[in-house]
Design a protein around this ligand. Structure first.
Ligand SMILES: Nc1nc2c(ncn2[C@@H]2O[C@H](COP(=O)(O)OP(=O)(O)OP(=O)(O)O)[C@@H](O)[C@H]2O)c(=O)[nH]1
Ligand SMILES: [Mg+2]
Length: 400
C-alpha cells in the first residue's frame, strides 16, 4: 500500500457514516452543491454498491468496479453479504484508488466518501478499517456521523444512537462531527420553544435535562422501560452519563437539513476544527503508532529468523553448525524467497488470477465493468471455489 504523503495541499477527508436512511446520500448531495457554490468542488467516492441512483457526480464509484447483484449471484449471498463482499473486493485494490485520489488531492479541499446503508458493513468490517486507515494515514480524516434528528427525539433512542457513535469513535479513533440532519422537519417543542436540534443539544450539555426527559418519557410510557428511577438501570444510566459527557467533549455538533441546505456553513466550520484537531492530536499519535508497529514487525521478523536458525541449527552466516545427514543447508535468502512464493500463490488459492480482481480504474469514475469477468469465474460452485475468507485475502493483498 502506498504510504507516501501527498504534495503541498492536504484536503480534508470526510467519511459520511450513519444509520440506514439517516440521510447520508442526500447530505452528500447537498454538501456537494454547497461546495460547488463556493467554487470548491470536492472529490467524491461512492462506496455503496447497492445504491440505485447517486444524486451527485461521483469521481470514483464502487459500482463501476463491482456489480453487487452479480456478486450475490456468483457467491450465493444475501443482500448484506453481497454488499460486504463487494466492498471487500473493491478494497483489495484500494491502493489504486488511493493513487487516483492522490493525483487529485492537490487541487481539491474536500474528499467525500458515501458509505453503505448498513452501517456495520463499513464500521465493523476489515475493508472499512483498511479504507479508513489508508486515508487517515495520509490526509486529515474525520467522521461525519449523520443522525436522523426526528427519530432521535426520544431520549432512549438518542442515547442508543450516541452510544453507537461513541463505539465508532472508539473504533476509528478519528475526529468526529455529529451531524443532526433533517432539522427542517417540525418537532415538538418544550415550554421554552426548543424543538429537535436545540433540545438534543441541550441534552448533550446538561445531563440533568436529559435525565428529566428520560423520566418524563418513562412516565408517559407507564414505566414500561422498567427503570422506575431506581435499580440497576438507574445506576447504569448514571454511569453512562459520565462516559457520554467525556465523549461529547471531543465532538463538534451541528444541526443541518440536507433538503433545505440550512447549517452547511456550520458544518464546514466544524470540518475546519477537526482538521486542526487531526493535525494536533491524531497525526502525532498515528505516526507514533505506525513507528511502534514497524518496530514490532521488525522485532517479530528477527525473532522468527532466530527461531528458524535455531531450528535449522544455523549460525548468522547461514552455514549449518551441525549439518544433518543427507541434507544440504539452504541459505536464509533462499528460504525467504520460498516464503514469498508460497504467500503469493496462496492468496487466491490458485482459483482466480490476480487480474480478475484488478479494478483497472484508468480515470476518475471509470472502472472495470465486472459483469463478464465475474461470469468467467462461474461454474466453480457457489463461492467460486475460494478456500480463504476474504478478510484474510484483503489483508494479504494489502500487505503486498
Ligand atoms: N425532511 C428531510 N428528509 C431528508 C433529509 N435528508 C434526507 N432525507 C430523506 O431521508 C430519506 C433517506 O435519505 P438518503 O439520503 O437516501 O439516506 P441514506 O442514509 O443515504 O440511506 P441509505 O444509504 O439507504 O442508508 C430520503 O427519503 C430523503 O429524502 C432532510 O434533511 N430532511
Ligand atoms: Mg445512501
Amino acid at each position: 500500500m502506498s504510504t507516501e504523503s501527498t504534495t503541498e495541499k492536504q484536503p480534508a477527508v470526510i467519511l459520511v457514516i450513519g444509520m440506514a436512511g439517516s440521510g447520508k446520500t442526500t447530505f452528500l448531495q447537498r454538501l456537494n452543491a454547497h461546495l460547488h457554490s463556493k467554487k470548491q468542488p470536492p472529490y467524491i467516492l461512492n462506496l455503496d454498491p447497492a445504491v440505485r441512483n447517486v444524486p451527485y457526480g461521483a469521481n470514483i464509484d464502487i459500482r463501476d468496479t463491482v456489480d453487487y447483484r452479480e456478486v450475490m449471484k456468483q457467491y450465493n449471498l444475501g443482500p448484506n453479504g453481497g454488499i460486504l463482499t463487494s466492498l471487500n473486493l473493491f478494497t483489495t485494490k484500494f491502493d489504486q484508488v488511493l493513487g487516483l485520489v492522490n493525483k487529485r488531492a492537490a487541487s481539491v479541499d474536500h474528499i467525500l466518501l458515501d458509505t453503505p446503508g448498513q452501517i456495520e458493513i463499513f464500521t465493523w468490517s476489515a475493508s472499512g478499517s483498511i479504507i479508513t486507515d489508508a486515508l487517515a494515514s495520509q490526509y486529515p480524516t474525520m467522521i461525519a456521523y449523520i443522525i436522523d434528528t426526528p427519530r432521535t427525539r426520544s431520549p432512549a433512542t438518542f442515547m442508543s444512537n450516541m452510544l453507537y457513535a461513541c463505539s465508532i469513535l472508539y473504533k476509528t479513533k478519528l475526529p468526529m462531527v455529529l451531524v443532526f440532519n433533517k432539522c427542517d422537519v417540525e418537532m415538538p417543542e418544550d415550554e421554552e420553544g426548543r424543538g429537535g436540534f436545540e433540545k438534543v443539544k441541550e441534552w448533550m450539555s446538561d445531563w440533568e435535562s436529559f435525565q428529566a426527559a428520560l423520566r418524563e418519557d418513562e412516565e408517559t410510557l407507564g414505566g414500561t422501560g422498567g427503570t422506575g428511577g431506581s435499580g440497576y438501570m438507574n445506576s447504569l444510566i448514571n454511569s453512562m452519563s459520565l462516559m457520554l459527557e467525556e465523549f461529547y467533549r471531543h465532538l463538534d455538533v451541528v444541526g443541518v437539513s440536507a433538503v433545505t441546505g440550512q447549517g452547511f456553513n456550520d458544518f464546514l466550520e466544524a470540518v475546519q476544527n477537526k482538521v486542526e484537531e487531526y493535525n494536533k492530536e491524531y497525526k502525532p499519535e498515528l505516526e507514533a503508532l505506525m513507528k511502534e508497529r514497524e518496530s514490532k514487525k521488525e522485532k517479530s521478523k528477527e525473532d522468527s529468523l532466530a527461531r528458524l536458525m535455531k531450528d535449522m541449527k544455523m549460525d548468522k552466516s547461514g552455514i549449518t553448525s551441525a549439518p544433518q545427514e543427507g541434507g544440504s543447508a539452504e541459505t536464509i535468502s533462499d528460504m525467504e524467497d520460498n516464503d514469498d512464493d508460497i504467500d503469493e500463490d496462496d492468496v487466491y488459492n490458485g482459483q482466480l488470477g490476480d487480474e480478475d480482481l484488478v479494478p483497472d480504474i484508468s480515470g476518475p469514475g471509470v472502472g472495470m465493468k465486472h459483469d463478464e469477468r465475474w461470469g468467467q469465474s462461474s461454474g466453480q460452485g457457489a463461492r467460486g471455489g475460494r478456500g480463504k475468507d476474504f478478510s484474510k485475502e484483503i489483508l494479504e493483498a494489502m500487505q503486498r
